[in-house]
Design a protein around this ligand. Structure first.
Ligand code: FAD
Length: 392
């Protein structure tokens, strides 16, 4: 008898699962049920319209750095399907990929439609049915199917997940930028500093990378990473916590040496006229004035030990107050979702409801920016397809 699989959600994970399942089990009837009128909408806007499909993982020593939630499970599932297999998967189907210097992988076309067109044409070629405008609110609606796969993506609220009947980890946002109520800082919008390290004082939560000053506060990879690592703590504190910035990106000892040397060698030149640590001059002026007031306009060689100390402090431990979560249009994911303890770690099948599987962001798995979230979607979707195929 022909077996039937329903996939709820026509996003990245849903399509990847459907295509792999149909290739592994050509006899299976596979249907994608999508609530919206159009499928793959997030893929279309991903990576600024370029779709950062994966990452080379070259710089990654520990998966915890890039998957604050789900690193252990993904480490296991990567043995079935990792970034190298994802690369091959796309190239074998005619999509050339390129890796950037920062290890992010994009289609050579630099156009997310290349990925969408591939998924749509593969779905057509394999006879996968795609029904749009089809919102599923209860699993009972799908009792005719042998297998049901949930690939509904991140849900902002627990209520949106209860119909699945699984243990849920409270969803909260991840990968957002920070609002900082400091007009002098935000007047520097557009300034990029690299590398900086940012941290939540009194915790081990820290991240480093480029930082972008925006008209509402701070953004850029360092801040997005911190928002991911601290997603839960920030939500609990209602996005009101202190933030510490090391603008120099090097240790306090190194900065003490740099400031000491500049005080000796800078001579009569004004403090505000030469920036240490390669900082943009406008930012340095803001920092020097914040640390020294009018004395920031004095000559370097007039600095006393206490003033040098203040400069070191502002360069390495500059404190701000996070005044909320700010909008960020490039990437945004949900931390939380279906608890990983609720699923079989090899097949992602529900432990309490046989025949029900989960893949993609609906699971309590999320990564930092850089192609890691799509990789999680490809890997989990593949694991489900292989898990179902293993039974047929
Ligand atoms: C603006 C933006 C840019 C991004 N860029 C990147 C990037 O470049 N690289 C990267 O790795 N990650 C990126 N991400 C994250 C990435 O898009 C997601 O992690 C990924 O799309 C998750 O795939 P998914 O299939 O699990 O969920 P989704 O892509 O969200 O798909 C879920 C689908 O399910 C449908 N659905 C939901 N509920 C129901 C229901 N009850 N019935 C029927 N259908 C339903 C939804 O309409 C949706 O189409 C970006 C995210 C955003 C928001």
């Amino acid at each position: 008898m022909i077996k039937r699989t329903a996939i709820i959600g026509g996003g990245a994970a849903g399509f990847f699962l459907a295509i792999n399942l149909k290739e592994l089990c050509p006899q299976m009837e596979v249907t994608i049920l999508e609530r919206a009128q159009r499928v793959l909408r997030k893929v279309e806007v991903s990576g600024g319209g370029r779709c950062n499909v994966t990452n080379t993982f070259e710089d990654i020593r520990d998966l915890r750095e890039v998957y604050p939630r789900g690193h252990r499970l993904l480490g296991r599932l990567f043995r079935q399907f990792d970034h190298r297999q994802a690369w091959q998967w796309f190239e074998q189907r005619g999509v050339r990929l390129v890796a950037q210097q920062d290890h992010c992988v994009f289609p050579q076309s630099q156009d997310a439609h290349t990925i969408i067109n591939l998924f749509l044409s593969e779905a057509r070629r394999l006879g996968i049915m795609v029904k749009t405008g089809c919102s599923i609110a209860s699993l009972d609606e799908l009792s005719d199917y042998d297998y049901v796969c949930v690939t509904t993506g991140g849900q902002p609220r627990r209520d949106g997940l209860l119909w699945l009947g699984q243990d849920i980890v409270e969803p909260v946002p991840s990968l957002f930028t920070l609002s900082i109520a400091d007009e002098k800082l935000t007047s520097l919008m557009g300034t990029v500093v690299e590398p900086v390290s940012v941290m939540i004082p009194g915790t081990k939560l820290r991240a480093s990378g480029p930082l972008l000053i925006t008209h509402w506060g701070m953004s850029g990879p360092a801040i997005l990473r911190l928002s991911s690592y601290a997603a839960r703590q920030l939500a609990e504190a209602q996005y009101q916590l202190p933030l510490m910035v090391n603008w120099a990106g090097v240790t306090e000892t190194e900065v003490t040496e740099i400031v000491g040397t500049m005080s000796k060698d800078g001579g009569q030149r004004l403090i505000t006229s030469i920036a240490p640590c390669g900082l943009p001059l406008r930012l340095w002026n803001y920092l020097a004035e914040k640390a020294l007031g009018q004395r920031a306009h004095a000559p370097w060689n007039s600095l006393n030990a206490k003033e040098q100390r203040r400069l070191v402090n502002i360069l390495t431990a500059d404190e701000y107050h996070i005044a909320g979560r700010a909008p960020h249009r490039d990437e945004f994911v949900t931390c939380g979702g279906v608890a990983l303890s609720a699923v079989n770690p090899n097949t992602l099948e529900s432990r309490t409801r046989p025949g029900l599987f989960f893949a993609g962001e609906v699971l309590d798995i999320d990564g930092v920016t850089g192609g890691f979230n799509f990789q999680a979607a490809w890997t989990t979707a593949y694991a489900v397809a292989a898990g179902i195929a293993g039974r047929n």
